[in-house]
Design a protein around this ligand. Structure first.
Ligand code: HMG
Length: 394
């Protein structure tokens, strides 16, 4: 009798975002344009805006803290921190989180970067670690602050969030299937040189590059024996703005020749858009915020449903893969907590947003004590002797 194949995937997932929020009507009013360009045209209503004492470490620790509170840190021997908003060129943001959460010292901690794709690289690396030894548990944290220059066309697509997930054998939430399709292309659609705190982007070109990469990854996924389009129930895309997922899904339907009408196509992705519509782009966290949003949909029973994932990171690297939602997954969700995180953010106006945006460039490494602003459980307390200091607030 042959042994059952090892099932590996996402055992738990949790989310955090910055504790202030700008409604895009504030931005539209400042620009003197119709807000429906944002609410409808790009499908974004709000963007999370970090206070001066919030960053990828505070959001990442908050998201991961919920996983540790539930499962404990014991047995987590790898922490992968995916981000393109790094706070140090050498030390991983994950090591700060490891310290804040009091995790055990027998742990490897590393940071990964490839624009918005890196959390998917972390997931694939985690699957490999668990495949080699099924006792392993890997904590993945994806966290980013999406920043474009003030008054640029990318400005309404900023945002901030973190998603943490635990990868184990016999996962309770989503088993990740082995076939994947990959695509890499050396391009400049979006990038951030070391001397800039905001990204540069060729907006329209980046949309075309995303769609071309989707076709490339899907084609390889099919060639490697991936399931047919019709055998995938829901889809979850990287969402720089939610309309991008709508465009991508329409394109995939065309490539696959699905014959689905507009309503059927929208139904396959609608629930995955809710969180991102309110946080804005969170770069590498965005597709996993999409997964959480999809799982949190209380109108759908997704047990046994197959989800198709398309992860895209500018520059560019992408991957198409699938996962199957596990029986009993609903018992593990934190719907009310997730809704409260979004609803309890402090609304700020345009002037406050602008001063917070400008303040990022004022942090240059001199000693600084950061004013207490966040309502979250962790904060960036300031810099002493060129070292960043973080603390728990409760
Ligand atoms: P834009 O030029 O300001 O906007 O830039 P637009 O004129 O193209 O309008 C946007 C949409 O709003 C259009 O709809 C308009 O028709 C509509 P579409 O034709 O695309 O369906 N519109 C309206 N709708 C209703 N009522 C109105 C109205 N007015 C206009 N009154 C752009 C838009 C997205 C290019 C810009 O915001 C940008 O550059 N964003 C940043 C780049 C980006 O997000 N690229 C996505 C692909 S690359 C990627 O995903 C990777 C990334 O996440 C980074 C990483 O990997 O790390 C970015």
């Amino acid at each position: 009798m042959s042994a059952q194949p090892l099932r590996i995937g996402i055992h738990d997932i949790s989310f955090a975002t910055a504790h202030q929020v700008l409604d895009l009507s504030e931005l539209a009013e400042h620009q003197g344009i119709d807000v429906n360009k944002y609410y409808v045209g790009i499908g974004q209503s709000e963007m999370s805006m970090p206070a001066a004492d919030e960053d990828i470490v505070t959001m990442g620790a908050e998201a991961a803290g919920r996983i540790i509170d539930r499962h404990g840190a014991e047995g987590i021997r790898t922490l992968l921190f995916a981000t393109e908003s790094g706070i140090d060129q050498s030390k991983s943001a994950g090591v700060f989180v490891h310290g804040l959460l009091g995790m055990g010292e027998n742990c490897r901690v590393v940071e990964l970067k490839q624009a918005c794709y890196s959390a998917t690289a972390a997931l694939q690396f985690a699957l490999g670690i668990v495949a080699r030894d099924p006792r392993e548990k890997v904590l993945v944290i994806a966290a980013d602050v999406a920043r474009y220059a003030l008054d640029s066309s990318g400005e309404p697509t900023q945002g901030a969030a973190a998603v943490a997930f635990l990868v184990t054998a016999d996962p309770a939430l989503v088993e990740i299937e082995p076939v994947t399709g990959l695509h890499t292309d050396d391009i400049h659609d979006f990038w951030r040189p070391n001397h800039l705190s905001t990204a540069l982007v060729d907006g329209k070109y980046s949309l075309a590059a995303y769609l071309r990469s989707l076709e490339g990854a899907w084609t390889e996924y099919q060639a490697r024996g991936g399931v047919a389009f019709d055998d995938i129930d829901r889809f979850c895309y990287h969402q720089p703005f939610t309309k991008m997922a709508v465009k991508a899904h329409d394109r995939l339907n065309t490539i696959a020749g699905s014959g689905l009408d507009r309503d059927a196509r929208r139904a396959q992705i609608a629930a995955s858009l809710d969180i991102n519509r309110r946080t804005g782009n969170s770069y590498t966290a965005s597709i996993y915020a999409g997964l959480l949003s999809l799982l949190n949909d209380d109108e759908a029973d997704l047990e046994g449903s197959r989800i198709g994932f398309f992860s895209y990171g500018s520059g560019s690297v992408s991957e198409f893969f699938t996962g199957v939602v596990q029986p009993g997954y609903r018992a593990l969700l934190r719907r009310d907590e997730d809704a409260a995180l979004l609803d309890s953010r402090v609304a700020i106006g345009y002037a406050r947003y602008r001063s917070l945006h400008e303040a990022v460039d004022e942090v240059r490494g001199e000693d600084v004590v950061t004013a207490r602003e966040t309502t979250g459980p962790f904060r960036f307390a300031g810099i002493t002797d060129q070292m960043r200091r973080y603390e728990r607030t409760r």
